[in-house]
Design a protein around this ligand. Structure first.
Ligand SMILES: [Fe+2]
Length: 184
């Protein structure tokens, strides 16, 4: 039987009830990979007239997690950031996302300053998903036309998160709109 968005949302809900730890999020990533492998899901949500930018496909009324579709209209390379007290699972639906994971080298004692070093980079292609827990620092780059599905522990636009500038060696804490890329 085909795996659907509704079945995935129920699975994610049940997993988070049973195991709200990072291990549960890894289970969600594997389920998201199964969903993204479904041609029926891709045809329904990621082909044809797909609204650009960020669309909430599902919000869990009890746990508050969200399933989002990000349809990107322009090439983009983002800055390193974390997910504050929340988390996200990223899974690729169309084209690819290049993910870079960063290590923080300083001890955080100097306000507004941060020194980062690239740890690893890899490409998410259709059907591949990864988990990015609260303090994990990462940045993404993608081409125009890329579409990915994110599951976030809560509405990340309401969560204070750290955003880094590796050229200036700075860090700011902010709440911000996340990956709209609709009008670019
Ligand atoms: Fe992120």
């Amino acid at each position: 039987m085909a795996y659907t968005l509704e079945a995935f949302a129920k699975d994610a809900h049940d997993i988070l009830i049973r195991d709200p730890s990072p291990m549960g999020r890894e289970e969600i990533a594997r389920k998201l990979e199964a969903l993204l492998a479904e041609d029926g899901f891709i045809a329904k949500y990621c082909e044809g007239q797909v609204p650009p930018g960020r669309t909430v496909l599902y919000e869990d009324p009890k746990l508050g997690f969200q399933i989002l579709r990000h349809a990107m209209v322009a090439d983009h390379a983002g800055v390193p950031h974390d997910h504050g007290k929340s988390w996200a699972v990223y899974g690729q639906a169309v084209k690819h996302t290049d993910m870079t994971v960063w290590k923080r080298l300083d001890d955080g004692t100097e306000a507004g300053k941060a020194k980062l070093e690239k740890d690893k980079s890899y490409r998410l292609t259709r059907g591949k998903a990864g988990v990015y827990n609260g303090a994990d620092i990462h940045s993404i780059a993608y081409p125009a036309g890329a579409i990915f599905i994110r599951v976030t522990g809560t509405d990340l636009e309401k969560v204070e998160r750290l955003r880094y500038d590796t050229d200036k060696g700075t860090v700011v804490a902010e709440r911000r709109a996340s990956m709209q890329n609709a009008a670019a």
